[in-house]
Design a protein around this ligand. Structure first.
Ligand code: CU
Length: 156
């Protein structure tokens, strides 16, 4: 009987710690994640994804990191006059029970100082840092550059 009681305690502690440690990604869901293939010599690349926040409170994407580049920035893209401009954002709000889309022509992850080109078929393992959800590891499959490729190359 005593053994049984100890076993119960062990199992509940185990379940509790599991819950605590998996909380990080419980509230954040990632979909439609991909990155653009880059050509040799290109020093910047772009990543896209949809971030859904299942929590009842707003969260905020603070930063991202990736070992194959010098730096990852969060960018917005918008028209200023007749020019498409990119600007670094100081984080990105993910509304409670809502989502934020990072997509071509809009917000995106900007990979700076590429150490090697992103090739089609690669899977980039990027870590996102959220204000409330903490660290979330994501995978971005690399897709070939389409015709709608934005002029990312020369601006940075
Ligand atoms: Cu950019």
């Amino acid at each position: 009987m005593k053994f049984f009681a100890q076993w119960i305690v062990f199992v509940s502690v185990f379940l509790w710690t599991q819950q605590v440690f998996s909380q990080a990604s419980n509230t954040i869901q990632i979909s439609d994640a991909y990155a653009r293939a880059t050509s040799p010599g290109q020093v910047v690349g772009a990543g896209y994804l949809t971030i859904s926040n299942l929590a009842n409170t707003n969260d905020r994407l603070l930063s991202a990191s990736f070992t194959r580049v010098g730096q990852v920035q969060i960018h917005e893209m918008k028209m200023e006059g007749d020019r498409m401009m990119m600007r670094e954002l100081n984080g990105l709000e993910i509304p409670a029970k809502g989502s934020a889309q990072l997509k071509p022509g809009g917000n995106h992850l900007m990979f700076m100082q590429l150490k090697e080109p992103f090739k089609e078929g690669d899977v980039l393992q990027v870590q996102l840092q959220f204000e409330k959800a903490g660290k979330v590891d994501i995978k971005l499959p690399v897709k070939a550059m389409g015709h709608s490729g934005m002029g990312h190359s020369k601006k940075h």
